[in-house]
Ligand binder design. Structure first.
Ligand SMILES: [Zn+2]
Length: 610
């Protein structure tokens, strides 16, 4: 090799080594010492300190004045910050590699310690709730100004809490009641096997593996996988239907006992929302299905199909360029996209990479999916992802980094208690970040095909989160409606409800295989015990952020501090208040329509480059 080639080769190798090093996170920052013995010791201290708090405060909260409540809340926060690092260290180490012995043991110690702390400190919210309900003026006391909304949320739950004995009884009965149904569904699903022919060879696969083919670029494999799965699941409709019925009827019973006026109430309280906002959001979706259907028809053209089939809905475009994005490219594009929006945010994104707070390496034993774990004490966050160099991976990374920015801003502005952001607002930084990335990638795209691929990623996600998720909301509503009317829901009856909800969204834009009537059997959240209507916050988030992005396009740089203020507010204000500060009314359809307008604009852009 010539001298220059040797040098280039060395440079290339060192670049690869740096990228590899950068792709593995550094968890040591979370703890003073990484010695597992010392971490376990710290966890033991956490439990004994929690028990000390209990012995000092249990039964005494009822007599507190504002100053006393402030003291208690600050004590609780200081406790959480003190031990957060050790807890995260064990959890994240295990998530990154569940086959590692030390990680397994530490994670187990964390779980046990957390359970004990939870049991020891559960009295705080219960006693505090009772006190605030009997003395509502405390919520508005100036001494507690920073905790106002935090306390309001506790008060909102109070009327629905049962007596201590009843609560214990519910927990005891749930374990073998509604939670057992949830577990049965999940265990049954994960132990089914499916036989599918791939390249002339018969393969037997568990559920977790066969669903990998849903996104295959090979249309036939996508079709076969779904056909095989739902044909198989349909045969067990008695199991699925019994589980859905039990979970829904249990919820109706709990609504009666806990005095929740509708099956939605529990979820609205959890998500810090109200009926009015929910109704106008869902109405907007219902009135705009034509736009989604228009996109599906455009996508069919891009795929050279007369009509999309169910297995094409989120499939990659066949003509997408085979471009890959090495880690360093992703870092450059994402950091620049955020920096073009705001210098400070761009610097924080850069810091996330510099301090190695991302774990992107693909390895055995790593949990699937991608997420961002806050680290409040460090005013930062950690991100886990399996980075495979595809454009969708770049999007996922930009998304998770948006969550990190939310944590950076909130933890620098708010008390830790105000950093527990509900799902409808929690997706603001992340989806906004994806749109910033879109803007940058579209500007840089050289070919029509590249632009199509970018827009299809954005619109597929929009369609999934705003529209397909709405079908699930309509379906869940119809289940309760049917039970209320005294109808018996067997597998076929539930399937009919699912088809009605599904078709309300997709109209005639999609050709469904007959077996897709069993789609509901595999969706875990219909079976989640004590966690109903889990889905609409995603619809909320999607339209909310599209509306914000539109505002950004209208107001330019003036909008930047407004978005930062919204993120910095954490959970110190309700979504309704946060939107009002931006001049939005989330109870009006007009607001949601603004988000829809942005989606329409993306659809029009795509139509123009067909
Ligand atoms: Zn997210």
């Amino acid at each position: 090799m010539l001298y220059k080639e040797i040098l280039d080769d060395l440079r290339q190798r060192s670049r690869l080594a740096v990228a590899k090093y950068e792709m593995i996170w550094d968890l040591s920052q979370l703890v003073e010492n990484t010695n597992p013995i010392l971490i376990r010791k710290k966890l033991e201290n956490m439990v004994s300190e929690a028990e000390k708090v209990r012995s000092e405060w249990h039964g005494k909260i009822a007599g507190l004045e504002a100053q006393g409540i402030l003291h208690l809340l600050e004590l609780k926060e200081a406790f959480n910050l003190k031990f957060e690092g050790a807890v995260r260290y064990g959890q994240l180490m295990y998530a990154a590699n569940s086959t590692d012995e030390t990680a397994k043991q530490l994670n187990d110690s964390v779980r046990r310690a957390m359970m004990k702390v939870g049991q020891a400190l559960a009295f705080i919210d219960i006693e505090l709730g009772r006190l605030l309900a009997s003395k509502p003026s405390l919520v508005k006391d100036p001494v507690l100004a920073e905790y106002r909304h935090y306390l309001e949320r506790i008060v909102r739950r109070v009327p629905h809490i049962l007596s201590e004995i009843e609560e214990q009884l519910v927990i005891a009965k749930d374990k073998n009641g509604v939670s057992a149904w949830e577990m049965l569904q999940s265990d049954w699903l994960s132990t089914r096997t499916f036989t599918m022919e791939i390249k002339g060879e018969k393969k037997i696969m568990p559920y977790g593996q066969i669903i990998g083919f849903y996104q295959s670029p090979d249309r036939n494999l996508r079709k076969q996988a779904r056909q095989t799965v739902f044909e198989g699941l349909g045969k067990d409709d008695i199991v699925w239907a019994s589980a859905v019925r039990a979970v829904c009827e249990d919820h109706i019973e709990m609504c009666r006992l806990r005095k929740w006026p509708t099956p939605m109430t529990q979820s609205l309280i959890d998500n810090d929302l109200d009926n009015e906002a929910f109704d106008s959001l869902m109405k907007t979706i219902q009135n705009n299905t034509k736009h989604y259907q228009k996109y599906l028809k455009i996508k069919a053209k891009l795929m050279d199909l007369p009509k999309l089939a169910d297995y094409d809905l989120t499939a990659p475009l066949p003509k997408s360029p085979e471009k890959t994005y090495p880690w360093t490219d992703a870092r450059r594009e994402i950091t620049s996209a955020y920096r073009e929006f705001d210098q400070q945010i761009g610097n924080w994104i850069n810091e996330m990479y510099e301090r190695r707070h991302l774990d992107g390496e693909v390895r055995k034993g790593k949990t699937s999916g991608a997420w961002c774990a806050p680290w409040l004490a460090g005013k930062s966050a950690y991100i886990l992802q399996s980075y495979n160099e595809r454009m969708t991976d770049v999007y996922t990374q930009a998304h998770e980094l948006g969550h990190a920015i939310h944590n950076y801003l909130a933890s620098r502005t708010q008390k830790p208690s105000n950093c527990e952001v509900g799902s409808s607002i929690a997706e603001t930084g992340s989806i906004f970040g994806e749109l910033l990335l879109t803007e940058r990638l579209l500007k840089k795209a050289k070919t029509k095909e590249e632009k199509q691929a970018i827009l299809a990623i954005v619109l597929d996600e929009f369609g999934l989160s705003a529209f397909q998720v709405s079908a699930r909301v309509f379906f869940e509503q119809s289940l309760y409606e049917a039970i209320k009317q005294g109808r018996f829901l067997d597998g076929e009856a539930i399937s009919k409800l699912w088809i009605t909800a599904r078709d309300k969204i997709h109209g005639d834009a999609v050709e469904w295989m007959n077996v897709m009537k069993w789609q509901w059997t595999a969706t875990p959240h219909y079976y989640l015990a004590n966690y109903r209507f889990y889905n609409y916050p995603y619809v909320f988030a999607q339209l909310f952020v599209f509306a914000l992005y539109r505002l950004y396009k209208e107001q330019g740089k003036n909008f930047v501090p407004k978005l930062k203020a919204l993120l910095a507010a954490g959970s110190s204000k309700s979504p309704r208040e946060l939107s009002a500060e931006l001049g939005f009314d989330i109870t009006s359809e007009e607001f949601w329509q603004k988000g829809m307008k942005q989606a329409e604009e993306f659809i029009d852009m795509l139509e123009k480059i067909l």
